[in-house]
Ligand binder design. Sequence first.
Ligand code: NIG
Ligand code: FE
Length: 405
Amino acid sequence: MNDVMIKNIKSLILPKKSDKPLKGKEMDELKIVDDAVIVVKDGKVVYAGEKTDEYEASEVIDAEGKIASPALVEPHTHVVHGGSREHEMSLKRQGVDYLKILEQGGGILNTVEQTRKAAFDELLEKASVNITRMIQHGVLTVESKSGYGLDKENELKQLKVSKALEEKFPITMRHTYLGPHAIPKGREAGEFMEEMIELLDDAKEYADFADVFTETGVFSVEESRKYMEAAREKGFRVKIHADEIDPLGGLELAIEQKAVSADHLVAASEEGKKQLADSDTVAVLLPGTTFYLGKNEFADARGMIEGGGAVSLATDYNPGSCVTDNLQMIMAIAALKLKMTPNEIWNAVTVNAAHAIDAADRGTLEAGDDANIVIWDAPNHEYIPYHYGVNHAYKVIADGKLLYE
Ligand code: NIG
Ligand code: FE
């Protein structure tokens, strides 16, 4: 006898499970089974597909004729932080740009101050509100970065909060050390980078990945390479905030360093995009950030996909450059501004997002996968990016148990 049967599913969205991220044309392939059921035992999928009488279960969850998919995977957030930065909106309105605010000691450095002041419990409480909202919006796998400590005590505090979130909620997380996220006032980049490299040993206890912000006025490609090499030697897989504003060659560096993902890529070079196709690095695009920074040039998702690359999507939730916990909103921006197809978008927030954080047991519903499922109050899968700004998640099921409705 199985534990749970999810019945009465109008259509079931089934991204293809694969050892590697879906690339190029494959990203536009998405299996959709009408009139479906899902059978779960011990928190794992036993069967997901066409309706059948073959299985019995002690409990039934009624999908009420709505559509279902694997729970979404959120591969890039800065969810653990102190304070907020709503005052930056008026600065932006006056034309002060993101890097200028940072250069003046605001932006990321403002959040660093507020995060250093906040106690562990305060950070945990605050991030719990965001995680709860992410779950309510259909996300059960979350990557979370440090980067608002910029010293040993506070970087580790952030990573420990991130770990505590995973204990507290029925979600899977990946934790990322992002020591080189900004340069504290009065410090020099190269010398500060050395300090962040030294912290890799301490971060290793808590973090799966090491990340760096490679950007004009922050860390150069050379400094970032040194960091990534050191991190890889210590057994980290690496990630990078690359080519967000200026085209520095961050994508090429990511590929050279076999990064699990290269994120942002708004200004990525043609050469970098070409190399993406021959790599296993996933391009994590963050169009909510471009939107929130008030820019009009979005990452070239079409070029990356048509060139044969693997693309994923994330909110980049953080208190400055993208303040939303709603990945569905990002699906809409991806449709409108990245010109991605509905199938590409669904693959980008499930299977490819899972690959972008080395969590390949998430984002698909093959037999043996974790039974993380969302029932959506929508007539079909195209409807979710179409009707934007609201929450379509109707029931969220974690490891076969109804978590939210
Ligand atoms: O991914 N670009 C660098 N880091 C974050 C923003 C952090 C912040 O502004 O607090 C990002 O956009
Ligand atoms: Fe980010």
